[in-house]
Design a protein around this ligand. Structure first.
Ligand SMILES: C[S@@+](CC[C@H](N)C(=O)[O-])C[C@H]1O[C@@H](n2cnc3c(N)ncnc32)[C@H](O)[C@@H]1O
Length: 287
């Protein structure tokens, strides 16, 4: 088995579970920090509130929650990746956010969500990765306390383009999209969130939010190459590319990024949707 193949996650997850991938997730979190903060403020996350970050990864959104709920609040992160969760908790506790805790948990199982119910249940870039996304979303909604909120943010990959187009970038995009699709992901999920809410019995979202990012190829190259490298083991395992072809593609893409560093490059759209759960009295009144 090659080094690349050994990096493949043991579950259906298309991304790698390597230190490089964890760093990429932290960098990606920094890019979307303002968009996520806006949604946390939109649902008026109050001091003392109880929050869940489902699929918390490196814990960067837990930090944003902890800053808002203060020491009297409670922030729980869950993730199937226990070592990454442990790293997140160390970072949060070192930063003084002692109200944060982490529990290893697979959202595709029927195990009760640890610490439920919550005033805020949040998930970013989690449902994208799950074939059983409707059932998972229903579990997240069940964990929302009456009067609390569900907030979801997910990618829609259709926007990803370099202008004018480059063959090397299109090949990177092909491998990334096909790898996610082969792993059961819906790469257009962001735009489908209202439909997913309906399928999960939640009803229409109270609001939605669409955020994009346009940057020169010279800057965007790092994230595109990072995602490509992260899905590469899954891509090779599914026959989407080979180690040799991937090395040639990455080298061509790096060359093009050096030659055309100013070409505008559009990231995936990050699309958010939220819904407040009615209190018992509110539900009674609408009957
Ligand atoms: C792309 S990362 C996003 C991490 C974080 N939410 C963020 O936006 O930075 C997806 C995360 O979902 C986690 N995950 C994947 N499948 C999961 C499952 N079935 N249950 C819980 N977490 C899962 C992964 O381990 C990973 O940490």
């Amino acid at each position: 088995m090659s080094t690349i193949e050994a990096q493949r996650a043991t579950d259906a997850y298309a991304l790698a579970r390597t230190p490089q991938e964890y760093e990429r997730l932290r960098a990606q979190s920094r890019v979307w920090e303002a968009a996520t903060s806006r949604l946390l403020d939109q649902v008026a996350l109050a001091p003392g509130a109880r929050c869940l970050d489902a699929g918390c990864g490196p814990g960067e959104t837990m930090r944003l929650m902890a800053q808002r709920v203060g020491p009297a609040g409670r922030v729980t992160g869950i993730d199937v990746d226990a070592p990454l969760g442990a790293q997140a908790l160390t970072m949060l506790h070192d930063a003084g956010h002692r109200q944060c805790r982490f529990a290893p948990h697979d959202i595709t199982t029927d195990e009760p969500l640890p610490g439920a119910p919550f005033d805020l249940v949040y998930a970013r870039l989690l449902l994208f990765h799950l074939a059983e996304r409707v059932a998972a979303l229903r579990r997240l909604w069940d964990a929302v306390a009456p009067g609390g909120h569900l907030v979801v943010q997910d990618y829609d990959l259709r926007s990803v383009t370099v202008e004018p187009a480059l063959e090397s970038a299109a090949e990177c995009r092909r491998v990334i999209v096909e790898s996610f699709s082969a792993a059961g992901c819906d790469v257009n999920l962001g735009a489908l969130l209202p439909d997913l809410f309906a399928q999960a019995g939640i009803g229409a979202p109270d609001g939605t939010d669409v955020t994009g990012r346009l940057e020169p190829l010279g800057d965007a190259q790092r994230m595109i190459t990072g995602v490509y490298t992260s899905v590469l083991a899954a891509a090779i395992g599914s026959g989407i590319t080979t180690e040799e072809r991937a090395a040639a593609s990455l080298s061509r893409f790096a060359g093009d990024a050096t030659r055309f560093p100013d070409r505008p490059t559009l990231w995936p759209l990050l699309i958010g949707a939220w819904k407040r759960k009615p209190t018992g009295a509110e539900s009674e009144r609408t009957r």
